[in-house]
Design a protein around this ligand. Structure first.
Ligand SMILES: [Zn+2]
Ligand SMILES: [Zn+2]
Length: 174
């Protein structure tokens, strides 16, 4: 299945690549690099592979931190490429850091991300009618929670505030 919204984001990233190539890198960067989202990249916000002419943006970090973050990541990878094109060592060395500072480019490419995605706690809610207990990771959802069973049995399946779940306590896993 094609994800058209991601495709249009990629188009914007490609446009940004061309614009920044002109404005920050004297058009030194090749126009043959592909930009792709990588759904498996988590430890890094992005990655460049010269041999494959490929710049990857972490889909996870994009979803988490948004378009502006993807732009910052792209420019960071472009700076690697720039040093590479100039035949300089292209790691996170002093030259990289200095250039990044002058160009307003982010040096690091590791956003904070949850190492253990499962929180070590749950919030316990209780249905005021049937006393069923419900465990949730979050304290507040966008909409208040109601007991699904009671809503089905007594409200024809519609959300009903009579069965709104009451927060009882926060429990921690051992
Ligand atoms: Zn880097
Ligand atoms: Zn209930």
């Amino acid at each position: 299945m094609r994800d058209t919204s991601l495709e249009s984001v990629l188009e914007h990233l490609n446009e940004h690549y061309r614009a920044v190539n002109r404005s920050k890198f004297d058009d030194v960067l090749p126009d043959t690099y592909r930009i792709e989202f990588n759904p498996y990249l988590r430890r890094l916000t992005g990655r460049i592979t010269y041999s494959m002419r490929l710049i990857e943006i972490s889909l996870y970090h994009y979803r988490q931190y948004g378009y502006a973050d993807a732009l910052a990541t792209l420019e960071h990878e472009m700076l690697h490429l720039y040093l590479h094109m100039l035949g300089r060592p292209s790691g996170h060395n002093n030259l990289f850091k200095q250039a990044a500072k002058t160009m307003g480019i982010r040096v690091f490419h590791d956003n904070v991300y949850p190492k253990n995605r499962t929180p070590r706690h749950r919030y316990v809610f209780e249905c005021p009618r049937c006393s069923r207990m419900v465990f949730r990771r979050r304290h507040r959802a966008a909409n208040p929670l109601a007991c699904g069973i009671c809503c089905r049995e007594h409200a024809g399946g519609a959300w009903d505030n009579r069965f709104q779940l009451q927060l009882i306590e926060k429990v921690k896993f051992a």
